[in-house]
Ligand binder design. Structure first.
Ligand code: NG6
Ligand code: CA
Length: 510
C-alpha cells in the first residue's frame, strides 16, 4: 500500500515503541474509550457550541488534546464500532450495516480486537453500554438462554450492555451471557412480525405514546415509546429509558473500582444522544435545544462521573482517556422530539455539511479528545486520526504484537494521539456510510473524493443534507478552501481526481 504512513507495520510499531519512555510502557496505563452516539462536531462547547455548555467534556479537552481532524470510519453506528474494535474497514466485513434487533454476532470469535490485544497484554477488559454488533450464533440471540458469542468471545472479560440501540427492541440489559432478572415464567420473545393481531403498536395506540414517532419506529410500545421490531415478555427484566445513563455510570464505576490496582480497559459506549432521546428527568428541559440538547448534557454528566472516579482513585495520571463519537449528527431520526424546532443557531455538525448517513465531513468528522494527565501536553491537534487506529496504536502502546492478518486498516498513530512533537497522523482515510452500500469518501490531505457506486447511497428519511442521490459517481472537494464541500472541483483537478480514484480503488479492492 502506498501511503505516507504504513498501516500498522511491525517496523513502525517498533519505532514508536522505542520513542515511548520506559516508565510509560512499564506502567501500562488504563485505557477508557468513551464513545458517544450520533454526536456531531459542533455539539460540544469545546468544539464551538454556544447553545449549551458541556463543562466536563470541556475539562477533558482543556487537560488533553482536542483533535480537529478526528474521525470515525463510518456515518452509521455498526460499521464504525466494527472498525473501532477490529481495526478493519467495515466494507470488508459481512453484515456490517446497521444491525437489526435479532442480528447474530458480527465479529466472529477469535477475531483480533482492541479488547483481545489488551486482554493479552494483561488488562482487565469491559464494555458497558450500547453494543449494536449482534449477539449469538447464525440464528441470532437466544434471549432466554446463553447469549453467545458476543463481547466475551472477542476479548472482553465482562460486559453490561444495551444489546442493539434503544429504538430497537428489546429494552433489557445483557450482563455477560444473560439477560439479568428474566423470569422463566415470562420468557422474552423478539421478532419482526406482530406476535398477535391485538398486539399494541405505535400505529394502533399512537394516542397513548409519550413521544410520537415521525418515521419508522412504530412497532412494539415500551415505556410509552414505540420501537423498531416486536417483542413480548421479559417484563421483570425491562428497563426505563430514563435510567440508562445512570446504569452505565454505575456499572463502569464498579468495574473501575474492582480493577483499580491492575491495568484495565473500559469501553464506555454511551447511548446518548441516539433516539429515542429520553434523558433522565433531572436533565429534561435543562437546555434550550429540547431533548437532543438535554441528552448532550446527560452525556457530559457521565463523562464527569468517570473523571471524578479517576480522580478519587488517583488514577487520572495513569489512565489514557479517549473521547469520540460513532457518527455525525442527525436531528429528526424518527421521533418527534423537537430537535428540529429547537435547533436555533446551533450547528450540530459545526462548519461541515451532511451528518449521520452521509460521507460529507459532517458524517464522520466528529469530536475526538485524548487525555492522559502528565503525559499528553494539552492543546489542539489537526493531525488526521480515526477511531479505527486505536487497535494499532494501543498495540504499540502496550507492546503487544498483532497477528499479521489482523487490524489491517489500523494505523499506528500513537505519537499523534499522545501529541508527541512532529508525530504524524494517518495520510488518508476512507469514510463510508453504512455496511457495504458502495458510498465512500476518501480524505487525503486537503482533498476529499466522493465515490457513489450505486448512485443512491444508503438513505433514510432524515432532514440533514445527504445530497447523495442522482449525483455523479465521483466528486472532488478542496477542504482547505471549501470545508463545507459545496463546490465539486473535479473538472479543475483531473490529476488529483485520478490519483485519488486509484488510491481509493486500491484500498477498497485490497
Ligand atoms: C435507522 C433508523 C434510525 C436509527 C438508525 C441506526 C428508521 C427509519 N431509522 O434505520 O432511527 O436507528 O437506523 O442508528 O428506522 S445508528 O446510530 O445505530 O447507526
Ligand atoms: Ca450512531
Amino acid at each position: 500500500m502506498k501511503t505516507n504512513l504504513l498501516p500498522r507495520s511491525r517496523m513502525l510499531t517498533l519505532c514508536v515503541s522505542l520513542l515511548v519512555t520506559v516508565p510509560v510502557m512499564a506502567e501500562k496505563p488504563n485505557v477508557i474509550v468513551i464513545m458517544a452516539d450520533d454526536l456531531g462536531y459542533g455539539d460540544l462547547s469545546c468544539y464551538g457550541a454556544k447553545s449549551l455548555t458541556t463543562p466536563n467534556i470541556d475539562r477533558l479537552s482543556e487537560e488533553g488534546l482536542r483533535f480537529t481532524s478526528g474521525y470515525c470510519s463510518a456515518s452509521t453506528c455498526t460499521p464504525t464500532r466494527y472498525s473501532l474494535l477490529t481495526g478493519t474497514y467495515a466494507f470488508r466485513g459481512e453484515r456490517t450495516g446497521i444491525a437489526p434487533p435479532n442480528a447474530p454476532a458480527i465479529i466472529k470469535p477469535g477475531t483480533e480486537t482492541v479488547a483481545s490485544l489488551l486482554q493479552r497484554a494483561g488488562y482487565a477488559t469491559a464494555v458497558v453500554g450500547k453494543w449494536h454488533l449482534g449477539l449469538g450464533g447464525e440464528n441470532g440471540p437466544d434471549w432466554n438462554g446463553d447469549l453467545k458469542p458476543g463481547p466475551l468471545e472477542i476479548g472482553f472479560d465482562t460486559c453490561f450492555l444495551l444489546p442493539t440501540t434503544n429504538d430497537r427492541v428489546p429494552q433489557v440489559y445483557v450482563h455477560d451471557h444473560r439477560v439479568p432478572d428474566l423470569d422463566p415464567a415470562d420468557p422474552l420473545w423478539v421478532g419482526n412480525k406482530k406476535p398477535s393481531p391485538d398486539h399494541p403498536t405505535g400505529i394502533s395506540h399512537r394516542d397513548s405514546l409519550k413521544m410520537d414517532w415521525s418515521h419508522g419506529h412504530n412497532s412494539t410500545i415500551h415505556n410509552g415509546i414505540s420501537r423498531i421490531g416486536f417483542y413480548t415478555g421479559g417484563q421483570a427484566a425491562r428497563f426505563r429509558d430514563e435510567d440508562l445513563a445512570d446504569k452505565w455510570v454505575e456499572k463502569s464505576v464498579e468495574f473501575i473500582e474492582q480493577h483499580k490496582s491492575e491495568p484495565f480497559f473500559l469501553f464506555f459506549s454511551s447511548h446518548d444522544i441516539h433516539v429515542p432521546r429520553i434523558p433522565h428527568e433531572r436533565f429534561q428541559r435543562k437546555t434550550a435545544l429540547g431533548f437532543r440538547g438535554d441528552a448532550i448534557i446527560e452525556l457530559d454528566w457521565c463523562v464527569g462521573e468517570l473523571m471524578k472516579t479517576l480522580d478519587r482513585l488517583k488514577l487520572a495520571e495513569n489512565t489514557l482517556v479517549v473521547f469520540c463519537s460513532d457518527n455525525g449528527p442527525v436531528l429528526d431520526d424518527g421521533y418527534k422530539d423537537e430537535a428540529i424546532e429547537k435547533i436555533g443557531n446551533h450547528r450540530a455538525a459545526g462548519p461541515y455539511s451532511g451528518g449521520k448517513y452521509s460521507v460529507y465531513e459532517g458524517g464522520t468528522r466528529t469530536p475526538l479528545i485524548t487525555r492522559w494527565k502528565g503525559h499528553i501536553q494539552p492543546g489542539v491537534s489537526d493531525e488526521l486520526v480515526c477511531t479505527i487506529d486505536l487497535a494499532a496504536s494501543l498495540s504499540a502502546l502496550t507492546e503487544q504484537p498483532l497477528p499479521d492478518d489482523a487490524c489491517l486498516d489500523s494505523f499506528n498513530v500513537l505519537g499523534a494521539l499522545l501529541g508527541e512533537d512532529n508525530a504524524k497522523g494517518r495520510g488518508h482515510l476512507v469514510q463510508q456510510d453504512n455496511g457495504s452500500s458502495g458510498t465512500y469518501g476518501l480524505r487525503a490531505g486537503q482533498w476529499k473524493l466522493h465515490r457513489y457506486d450505486k448512485q443512491t447511497a444508503y438513505n433514510v428519511v432524515v432532514e440533514t443534507q445527504l445530497a447523495n442521490t442522482k449525483v455523479p459517481p465521483f466528486q472532488l472537494f478542496d477542504l482547505d478552501n471549501d470545508p463545507a464541500e459545496t463546490t465539486n472541483v473535479i473538472e479543475d483537478h483531473p490529476k488529483v481526481a485520478a490519483r485519488l480514484k486509484k488510491q481509493l480503488a486500491g484500498i477498497i479492492e485490497q
